[in-house]
Ligand binder design. Structure first.
Ligand code: 5AD
Ligand code: SF4
Length: 588
C-alpha cells in the first residue's frame, strides 16, 4: 500500500491586524480581523469595562513578541496539571480567568465530542467559569461540532443563525455574548467560519482546548480568536473530564486520539490529526477514580481504540509486537513497540471486577488473538464488538482504502464468533460510495444477511473536501439512489437484527440498570452485556447476597432478567433477582 497523505499538521495562518496572512509556521493562530476599539457584534464603541479593555487592547496591539511564539512553538504540548503556567506576555493572569461568566456547552456528533465537551468544561471550570444549562443565562456559548457528513455541518450553520439573533437581541446592560465553535468543524473550516459568520468570536480545534481561557480572554476585547493547531502528542491525559450527569452508571474514558488510517472517504484524520495514545498509567488512574465514585461501566474511547500504542516510556519499545488480523493491511508504515491494546484491556479489567468494560470504536485490522482471548475469558469485559465493515464489496473496500477484502472480513467474523461464543456484533456501513454499482450494493446486503449484526449504524455517503475520494474519485451515485440503497440496508439490517436478538428469548441475562424507561413510568431500563437495551417491569425481587431481603432495582444495580421478547433494537423481560457481576449466572 502507498503511504497516506499527511494531514496539514502544525500549520496555521496568523493574521496581523492589517489582515494579511503571515506564514505557515507553527504559531498560535490568532485571527485579528476586527478593530480592537469597537464592539465585535455591533461595531459601537465599548461600554462598562472600557478602560480595562482599552488597556488590554493596547497591550494586545503591542502584542506577543516573536520570541514568545517561538517559545510556545517549541515547548512540549503536554503540561502537568500542577505546573503553574505563565500567561502569554500580552495578557494579565486575571484576564485569563472566567470571572464567573456563564458557559453554555452544546454537543453535536459522536461520543468523542461528548468527551471533548467534558474536557473543555474541565479546563474552563478551573479557570473560573460557571456552567449553565439555560441558554438565556449564558455569557459564552460553545458548540462542540462534527464534520463527518455534510448534514452534521448544516445543523451547526442553522444553529449559528439562531444564536446570531440571540446575540443581537442581547440587552446592552449585559456583557456581550461570546460564541465559540469547537472541535472538528473549527478544524476543517478554520477562518472560513470567522469570515462567513462574523458573530463567531472563538474557534478552537480538537487539540486546542487548553487554550480556551486565552482565546476567550482575547474575545473579551471584541476580537476574534482562533487556535486550530493539531498536535502530535496532546491527549489531555492530565485533564479529568467532568461528568455531567451525576447519577450516571457509566462513563467514557478517552484512551487515544486521532487516526492514521486515511480511509478515502473520511475527514477525521484531517480534523483530529495523527494517532496518539494516552499513557496507560493515567488511564488506569482515571478508571480507578471512576470505580471509587461507584460507576459500574467504563467505555474506552478513541477513533481507533484497538490501535492503542503507549510509547510514553523508552522501555515500552521493547514490548513484544502484535500482529494485525489475518488478511488485513494498513495504509501506513508498520509501527513498532509500545504497550498495546491487549495490555491496556487486561489492566483496566483488573481495576474493579464489578465494573463492565467496553470499547469503541475499533478498526477490524487490530484484533489479534490475545485481544479476543481476553474478551472471552474476562467476566467483566463485555462480549460485544463493533466491527465497522463499511461495504460488503471488495471492489468498494479497495476504493475506500480499508485495507481488507470482503473475504478477510468474513473470515475475521467467523474467527471472532468461534473465539467468543455468544459475541454481539455491530457495524457501520456507507451506502452509495463513489463508483458503487448495484452489484456492489447487493454484496453489502448479503454481508448484512451473512453476519446478522445485533446493532448497526448506516449512512448515505457524503463527499468531504480534502479527502482522497474528493481528490481522486467521483461522487457519481445519485442522491436518490444513495437514499434508496440506504433504506434497503436499514430494512435488511432490522430483519437480521430482530432474528439475532430473538435468539435471546428464554435466556437469563445480566442487566446493568440505568433507570426508568423513557416510555413507561412502571418499567425500568438497562443494558445487557451486548449493549442492547432491556426493558422490564419495576418489581421487587430477591437480593442473592441477602437471602430473604426483597429489594427494588436502583440505577447501577446488576439484575438478572429473563428475556421474553425481542425487536431489532430492544429486549423485554421480567426481573429475577439482584446480583453482582461476579456471582451472576446469566445463561446466554
Ligand atoms: N460519508 C458517510 N459516512 C461516513 N462515515 C465516515 N465518513 C463518512 C462520509 N464521508 C461513517 C463511517 C464511519 C462512521 C463513524 O461514519 O461509517 O465508520
Ligand atoms: Fe475515518 Fe475510522 Fe477510517 Fe479513521 S478508521 S479514517 S476515523 S473511518
Amino acid at each position: 500500500m502507498t503511504r497516506p497523505e499527511v494531514p496539514a499538521e502544525r500549520k496555521s495562518l496568523v493574521y496581523q491586524p492589517s489582515g494579511g496572512p503571515v506564514s505557515g509556521v507553527d504559531l498560535p493562530a490568532e485571527l485579528r480581523l476586527r478593530d480592537p476599539g469597537h464592539c465585535c457584534c455591533c461595531g459601537s464603541p465599548e461600554r462598562q469595562e472600557d478602560g480595562a479593555r482599552k488597556d488590554f487592547s493596547s497591550r494586545l496591539a503591542t502584542g506577543p513578541t516573536f520570541q514568545h511564539f517561538l517559545k510556545s512553538a517549541s515547548a512540549p504540548q503536554e503540561k502537568l496539571s500542577s505546573e503553574v503556567e505563565d500567561p502569554p506576555p500580552y495578557l494579565m493572569m486575571d484576564e485569563l480567568l472566567g470571572r464567573e461568566r456563564k458557559v453554555y456547552l452544546e454537543t453535536y456528533g459522536c461520543q468523542m465530542n461528548v468527551n471533548d465537551t467534558e474536557i473543555a468544561w474541565s479546563i474552563l471550570q478551573k479557570s473560573g467559569y460557571l456552567r449553565t444549562s439555560n441558554l438565556q443565562e449564558a455569557d459564552v456559548i460553545l458548540l462542540v461540532t462534527c464534520s463527518i457528513r455534510e448534514k452534521a455541518e448544516q445543523t451547526i450553520w442553522n444553529r449559528l443563525h439562531q444564536l446570531k439573533a440571540l446575540k443581537t437581541r442581547r440587552p446592552r446592560s449585559r456583557v456581550p455574548l461570546r460564541i465559540g465553535i469547537l472541535g472538528c468543524m473549527a478544524e476543517r473550516l478554520k477562518e472560513e467560519i470567522l469570515n462567513r459568520e462574523k458573530m463567531v468570536d472563538v474557534l478552537a480545534g480538537p487539540d486546542a482546548y487548553r487554550d480556551l481561557p486565552r482565546l476567550l480572554a482575547v474575545a473579551e476585547s471584541g476580537q476574534q480568536a482562533a487556535n486550530v493547531l493539531l498536535s502530535l502528542d496532546e491527549t489531555y491525559a492530565d485533564v479529568m473530564p467532568v461528568q455531567t450527569s451525576p447519577s450516571a452508571t457509566s462513563a467514557f474514558v478517552s484512551i487515544m486520539r486521532g487516526c492514521d488510517n486515511m480511509c478515502s472517504y473520511c475527514i477525521v484524520p484531517f480534523t483530529r490529526g495523527r494517532e496518539r495514545s494516552r499513557p496507560v498509567a493515567s488511564i488506569l488512574e482515571e478508571v480507578k477514580k471512576l470505580s471509587e465514585q461507584g460507576l459500574k461501566e467504563v467505555t474506552l474511547l478513541g477513533q481507533n481504540v484497538n490501535s492503542f500504542r503507549d510509547n510514553s516510556e523508552v522501555q515500552f519499545n521493547n514490548a513484544v509486537s502484535t500482529n494485525l488480523s489475518r488478511g488485513f493491511a494498513t495504509n501506513y508504515k508498520a509501527k513498532q513497540g509500545g504497550l498495546r491494546f491487549a495490555h491496556l484491556l487486561d489492566q483496566v479489567s483488573r481495576v474493579d471486577p464489578e465494573m463492565r468494560i467496553r470499547f469503541t470504536s475499533p478498526h477490524p485490522k487490530d484484533f489479534p488473538d490475545e485481544v479476543l482471548q481476553l474478551i472471552h475469558e474476562r467476566d467483566n469485559i463485555c462480549k460485544q464488538i463493533h466491527l465497522p465493515a463499511q461495504s460488503g464489496s471488495s471492489r468498494v473496500l479497495e476504493a475506500m482504502r480499508r485495507g481488507y477484502s470482503r473475504e478477510a472480513y468474513v473470515e475475521l467474523v467467523h474467527h471472532i464468533k468461534e473465539s467468543i461464543p455468544g459475541v454481539s456484533l455491530s457495524s457501520d456501513f456507507i451506502a452509495g460510495f463513489c463508483g458503487e454499482t448495484e452489484e456492489d450494493h447487493v454484496q453489502t446486503v448479503s454481508l448484512l444477511r451473512e453476519v446478522q449484526y445485533n446493532m448497526g449504524f448506516l449512512f448515505a455517503y457524503s463527499m468531504r473536501q480534502k479527502t482522497r475520494a474528493y481528490h481522486r474519485l467521483k461522487d457519481d451515485v445519485p442522491e436518490e439512489v444513495k437514499l434508496r440503497r440506504l433504506e434497503e440496508l436499514i430494512t435488511v439490517f432490522r430483519e437480521e437484527a430482530t432474528k439475532a436478538n430473538q435468539m435471546s428469548v428464554g435466556c437469563t441475562q445480566l442487566v446493568l440498570v440505568e433507570g426508568l424507561s423513557k416510555r413507561s413510568a412502571t418499567d425500568l431500563c438497562g443494558r445487557n452485556d451486548g449493549n442492547l437495551k432491556v426493558i422490564f417491569p419495576d418489581a421487587d425481587m430477591e437480593d442473592v447476597n441477602n437471602p430473604g431481603l426483597r429489594v427494588r432495582a436502583q440505577p447501577g444495580d446488576y439484575v438478572l432478567v429473563k428475556i421474553t421478547s425481542a425487536s431489532s433494537q430492544t429486549l423485554r423481560g421480567h426481573v429475577l433477582c439482584r446480583t453482582t457481576l461476579k456471582d451472576s449466572s446469566a445463561n446466554c
